[in-house]
Ligand binder design. Structure first.
Ligand SMILES: O=P(O)(O)OC[C@H]1O[C@H](OP(=O)(O)OP(=O)(O)O)[C@H](O)[C@@H]1O
Ligand SMILES: O=c1cc[nH]c(=O)[nH]1
Ligand SMILES: [Mg+2]
Length: 207
């Protein structure tokens, strides 16, 4: 299942991210803000339960998070900007990292690092990568999470191509996808068009 977060604030900020006039500092800020807004939607179904506490006026039961603990997992390197933002909303979440880069010739993901919370099997996992292009990186990361025991995974991306969404829906039908937009297509180099360019390069100023 894929959810496109069509909220005007998300769409406005995403359009600014696409603009070639937007520099590194503003791009990072926008990526962080969009990530928070995506998390608001992606975490809509977190369980809550009643907790008894006292306000200055009265003691009563109030709703607080009560379900499984959370893990945020970034696909390096661009996914870091998303986990760094989202962990401010859910500071008790543990954070994992999966290092993958996409080979520019084959467009296949190449793994170079990973570190996950030891109890990943008991946590709800929110996997982050701003770009879901061919879907190769996200699919490999999801498989890695499943091999490590993860049972509940949501994928959060800022921008997706229809091809990438189709790959995840086929290979991991149990994984929900939350995105800000699904663009028209991939070009011959595997870039999302119209897109926003290379997310990692725009976040870290490496091009
Ligand atoms: O869906 P795919 O076709 O696999 O492409 C998407 C991947 O490409 C980008 O990473 P990149 O390889 O540029 O690495 P980086 O984040 O380190 O820049 C992006 O952040 C995704 O991880
Ligand atoms: O358009 C794309 C495709 C893959 N990775 C990116 O950063 N951008
Ligand atoms: Mg990149």
């Amino acid at each position: 299942m894929v959810t496109v977060v069509s909220h005007p604030l998300v769409q406005h900020k995403l359009s600014l991210m696409r603009d070639t006039q937007t520099g590194v500092k503003e791009f990072r800020e926008l990526a962080s803000e969009v990530s928070l807004l995506l998390a608001y939607e992606a975490m809509r179904d977190l369980e809550i339960g009643p907790v008894r506490l006292s306000t200055p006026l009265e003691t009563a039961e109030f709703p607080m998070l009560s379900g499984k603990k959370l893990a945020l997992v970034a696909i390096l390197r661009a996914g870091l900007i998303m986990t760094d933002a989202i962990v401010t909303l859910v500071p008790a979440a543990k954070v994992g990292h999966i290092g993958l880069y996409r080979d520019p010739q084959t467009l296949k993901p190449v793994a170079y690092y990973n570190k996950l919370p030891a109890d990943i099997a008991e946590r709800r996992v929110f996997l982050t990568d701003p770009m879901l292009a061919t879907g190769g990186s996200a699919s490999a990361a999801i498989q890695f999470l499943k091999d490590a025991g993860a049972q509940s995974i949501k994928l959060m991306s800022i921008l997706a191509a229809p091809e990438g969404v189709a790959v995840i829906e086929k290979e991991h039908p149990d994984v929900e996808i939350v995105v800000a937009a699904i663009d028209r297509e991939l070009n011959d180099h595997g870039y999302i068009v119209p897109g926003l360019g290379d997310a990692g390069d725009r976040i870290y100023g490496t091009k």
